[in-house]
Write a protein that binds this ligand. Structure first.
Ligand SMILES: Cc1ncc(COP(=O)(O)O)c(C=O)c1O
Length: 484
């Protein structure tokens, strides 16, 4: 096996794939059952290795049967797209294969991570802040809660949580599930995350937070963390940071903003109103792998006060790895990881390539596409918005002419689209009602891609409507047959 052959084949496979995902006639996913997949790809590792040719075949099959998240009809998740400058950064990161803990093994990457953290902190309005790349938005929320716990109770770092200590965290009822996992991991307990009601747009209601805090205190609990969201997972709603920050300040509680999904919108001045009060938060989570279309994972936790991250850690027996360096701080001293992938470089390459202006325009473009999608829903007969759109998610339903279970009907449309590989769009439940959750996150998409989605969707929906209507009639007919 020659390295040159692998590189040559790899390059060819990548080029073919990049063309496939840009071709709208290609499927977004070539859906294959696990049983069929096991027949197409040989998954077990054998005693003997394989030939160059067989290796190339595996590379091709890997891509052929994976969901094509860079395809313009992939609207299923909060991430998508193929960002080539970022991809180049990812490949360089991978071939160089270093770890972020020390400057001596990651000199360029350390400078890059510092630069990215500085830039992102300036967007957050943190003048004396710091931050760290983490393994996703969920973990950014975890480190935020970890920081809040250690801030309120530094002794827990060494002594652990006192049983029944009654620490309470507060998030909206639409907040991401990672908060509960964070409370679980930190020994606080998932049941000690209080869910604050939201308004009709999905934003946390400040007076309800106040009420919940008051109740908690009256029961001798210890509120220590409020987690707001900038772009909730289902509705893409923004919590009112300015109003919530006043409540947190009055109650002396750590105030975190989860911008894993919507955080990138802050790059565009047109969206600053959504983040009013962000500079008053104590920490901010921002996933670049979502709206900036950086390959997974590229995620940051920013904190307002320098020193917070190092203070979190117990710093025991690390002299085997960290040697005094007065010129620059080793970033590993701020991370709960030891080995840590370089996730900043792919972001930096992309940001350098597009520039600050380019990314601000991308965010405006996404908002424009979302507005356009909403307008299509509003003017299409049988489509109905389920909740108002706040930013990048359009939650709607198809209402057929005959009466049927709308949750099931809409789910079927989605399933048919998925199984045929036409469009991948997800569903979600809002107040026990199933909606189509159409997400705009690929800034390479154009209005024509949105048109194509609705064309695919309406075709599937009307076919299903005709089919189900005739099945209904048939069964009605059967009912009319007189029984002997
Ligand atoms: C609001 C919000 N926070 C956190 C997360 C978790 O982010 P990640 O998938 O990067 O862990 C998500 C993921 O969808 C999210 O929507």
């Amino acid at each position: 096996m020659s390295q040159n052959t692998i590189l040559k084949d790899l390059f060819q496979v990548i080029q073919e794939y990049a063309q496939v995902i840009q071709n709208e006639n290609e499927k977004v996913v070539d859906f294959t059952s696990p049983k069929d997949l096991a027949n197409i790809i040989s998954f077990p590792v054998d005693e003997e290795g394989i030939s160059d040719e067989a290796f190339k075949d595996l590379m091709q099959k890997y891509l052929q049967y994976s969901a094509r998240t860079g395809h313009k009809q992939f609207m299923n998740q909060l991430f998508s797209g193929l960002n080539l400058p970022a991809f180049a950064g990812d490949v360089l990161t991978s071939i160089n294969n270093t770890s972020m803990y020390t400057y001596e093994v990651a000199p360029v990457a350390t400078m890059i991570e510092n630069e990215m953290i500085g830039l992102m902190s300036s967007f957050a309005g943190y003048k004396n802040g710091e931050g760290i790349f983490v393994t996703g938005g969920s973990n950014a929320n975890l480190i935020a809660m970890f920081s809040a716990r250690n801030h309120a109770y530094p002794q827990t770092k060494f002594n652990g949580i006192v049983p029944n200590s009654k620490l309470k965290a507060f998030v909206s009822e639409d907040a991401h599930y990672s908060y509960e996992n964070a409370a679980n991991i930190l020994g606080i307990g998932a049941h000690n995350v209080v869910k604050v009601p939201v308004d009709k747009n999905g934003s946390m209601i400040p007076s309800e937070l106040e009420k919940a805090l008051k109740k908690s205190k009256s029961e001798n609990e210890i509120p220590f963390f409020v987690g707001a969201t900038c772009g909730t997972t289902v509705r893409a709603a923004f919590d009112p940071l300015d109003k919530l920050s006043v409540i947190c300040q009055n109650n002396k509680i750590w105030f975190h903003a989860d911008g894993a999904f919507g955080g990138s919108l802050i790059m565009s001045p047109k969206n600053h109103h959504l983040f009013k009060g962000l500079e008053l938060t104590d920490s901010f989570a921002w996933d670049a792998h979502k709206l900036m279309n950086i390959p997974l994972i590229s995620s940051v936790l920013l904190v307002k006060e320098k020193g917070t991250l190092k203070f979190n850690l117990s710093d025991i027996n690390t002299d085997y790895i960290y040697h005094e360096n007065s010129e620059i701080e080793d970033l590993g001293k701020k991370s709960i990881q030891c080995g840590r992938r370089v996730d900043a470089a792919k972001l930096w390459f992309a940001w350098k390539y597009y520039g600050l202006k380019g990314y601000a325009e991308k965010m405006d473009h996404l908002m424009d596409l979302a507005k356009y999608a909403e307008s299509l829903v509003e003017k299409t007969e049988k489509l109905k918005m389920f909740v108002p759109r706040q930013s990048l998610t359009v939650c709607f339903r198809y209402i057929p002419e005959f009466s049927t279970n709308l949750d099931e009907f809409n789910f079927k449309i989605r399933e048919n689209l998925r199984l045929k590989g036409k469009s991948l769009v997800n569903v979600a439940w809002i107040n026990k009602t199933l909606v189509i959750r159409f997400i705009i996150s690929n800034s390479e998409s154009q209005r024509s891609d949105i048109d194509q989605f609705f064309k695919n969707f309406m075709l599937e929906a009307s076919e299903l409507e005709i089919q189900m209507n005739s099945e209904n009639l048939e069964s009605n007919d059967k009912n009319l047959i007189p029984t002997k």
